[in-house]
Ligand binder design. Structure first.
Ligand SMILES: *Cc1c(COP(=O)(O)O)cnc(C)c1O
Length: 462
């Protein structure tokens, strides 16, 4: 069994192999010391509904964590109930609804959401019974203030909330954030801040101070809970004082089956904050921003960086634009993502929030050497694209189109590609040192996701 499980594990590229620069996902290399307590029976062996007097240690952990998260965000109330960022959004919007109801304004049900928002935002708004009104972004990727004002005025009577991501999903600190919040407030709405990008904020800015009334935090992003493969998450919400009475601890507002969400993984975030301390958390944010800007600057001569703030800087992630290669070399973002596997890297976030681009988030975990390796890989891939553009490499049979290359492919006796096996799988000398072999080559990309097939027998056969 151990060998079987290990065999499966070796097919998976994880943070023990290389950085996973998935933009907006904040994939940090979490410390083993943070993880160990999860295995302790005192934490892992307790039932979520064990009598309170048998779970006093957990109560201490909850209240300390709530206090710390309140300090970090500037909020006066925290709920640890939501199990994910998306559930935090849902919970936060229900809080907003209850607030409006309490003021005799239950008709307020319009939710303004910018086009750049994460897909969970409109989904949560709809689940919370709201109507989504989309707000445009300008060419710099910021929320279009004119359009926001227009929509806020138009829905003045029914405005419930606006959902704003800060820093934005375009990886930029939106300078007009306070004005944005003011516009929403002046029209009677509450501001929900999507706090998934808090890794760019902890210790240097507070959602409450920016003007947001309610916000979720992804403990499985910013606060180190590992989340590859969709494992359990935690999306607690924080609220300003006027919303405290409507938090999910209230019997009328419940969003999770257990009162403190996925409490078994909270020791990870607790340990992270405890070990980092105030200075450490601030330093982590600073290094996360520095790392992203380093990558943006190193890649800029090779790939256009799509959005930056007015000083030419990004926040904790950056978007590189690959759309021009479609025309010049018939190469798209997927080809580059697949080719990165040959270099031993997990691709960044692909085609989100802008189709045809890559969003790169290095986090503070990565060393200078790893950042260099990653940039070297992307720059080398750019050179491979140049060869196609120049007609040196074949338009159809090239290292990008055939990537990733598996052991199976390169160990065949026959090799009829226009480039060498060595180039295919060892494009840089350092790849040899710890080659990660992709288990399979391309199959059918999104075909399987879009064409659902049921493999169970028809009901009549049961
Ligand atoms: C990850 C993310 C979410 C959703 O969080 P989940 O925990 O995956 O539900 C929402 N908004 C943004 C910007 C995110 O990056």
């Amino acid at each position: 069994m151990l060998r079987y499980i290990h065999k499966l594990q070796t097919k998976d590229l994880s943070l023990v192999n290389a950085m996973i620069p998935l933009g907006s996902c904040t994939m940090k290399l979490n410390a083993t010391a943070e993880m160990v307590p999860v295995t302790w029976n005192e934490f892992g062996g307790l039932h979520p509904f064990a009598p309170r007097e048998q779970a006093e240690g957990y109560q201490t952990l909850f209240s300390q964590l709530e206090t710390w998260l309140a300090e970090i965000t500037g909020y006066s109330g925290i709920s640890l109930q939501p199990n994910a960022g998306s559930q935090g959004e849902y919970a936060g919007l229900l809080v907003v609804r209850k607030y409006h109801q309490s003021r005799g304004e239950s008709h307020r049900d319009v939710c303004l959401i910018p086009t750049s928002a994460h897909g969970t935002n409109p989904a949560s708004a709809v689940m919370a019974g709201m109507q989504v009104v989309v707000v445009a972004c300008d060419t710099d990727g910021n929320i279009d203030l004119e359009d926001l004002q227009l929509k806020a005025d138009k829905h003045r009577e029914n405005l419930a909330a606006a959902m704003i991501t800060y820093p934005s999903t375009h990886g930029v600190f939106e300078e007009k954030i306070r004005e944005i919040c003011d516009i929403v407030h002046q029209s009677g709405g509450q501001v929900y801040m999507d706090g998934a990008n808090l890794n760019a904020l902890v210790g240097i800015g507070q959602p409450a101070d920016i003007g947001a009334d309610v916000c979720h935090l992804n403990l499985h992003k910013t606060f180190c809970i590992p989340h590859g493969g969709g494992g359990p998450g935690m999306g607690p919400i924080g609220v300003k004082a006027h919303l405290r009475d409507f938090l999910p601890t209230h019997p009328l507002v419940t969003v999770g089956a257990a009162p403190w969400g996925s409490s078994g993984i909270l020791p990870i975030s607790w340990a992270y904050i405890a070990m980092m301390g105030t200075q450490g958390l601030t330093a982590a944010t600073e290094v996360a921003i520095l790392n992203a800007n380093y990558i943006a600057k190193r890649l800029a001569p090779h790939y256009p960086v799509l959005y930056t703030g007015k000083n030419g800087l990004v926040a904790h992630e950056c978007i590189i634009d690959l759309r021009a290669f479609k025309k010049s070399a018939d190469i798209d973002v997927t080809d580059v993502a697949k080719r990165l596997m040959d270099y031993g890297f997990h691709a960044p976030t692909v085609s989100w929030p802008v189709p045809g681009t890559m969003m790169i988030e290095p986090t503070e975990s990565e060393s200078r050497a790893e950042l260099e390796r990653f940039c070297d890989a992307l720059i080398s891939i750019r050179e491979e694209i140049t060869e196609i553009e120049a007609g040196i490499a074949d338009q159809v049979d090239n290292v990008l189109k055939n990537a990733p290359h598996t052991v199976e492919m390169v160990t065949q006796s026959e090799w009829d590609h226009s480039y060498s096996r060595e180039r295919a799988v060892f494009p840089k000398p350092w790849v040899r040192e710890a080659k990660f072999w992709p288990a399979v080559a391309r199959i059918n990309e999104v075909y399987g996701d879009r064409n659902l097939m049921c493999t169970c027998p028809p009901v009549s056969e049961y």
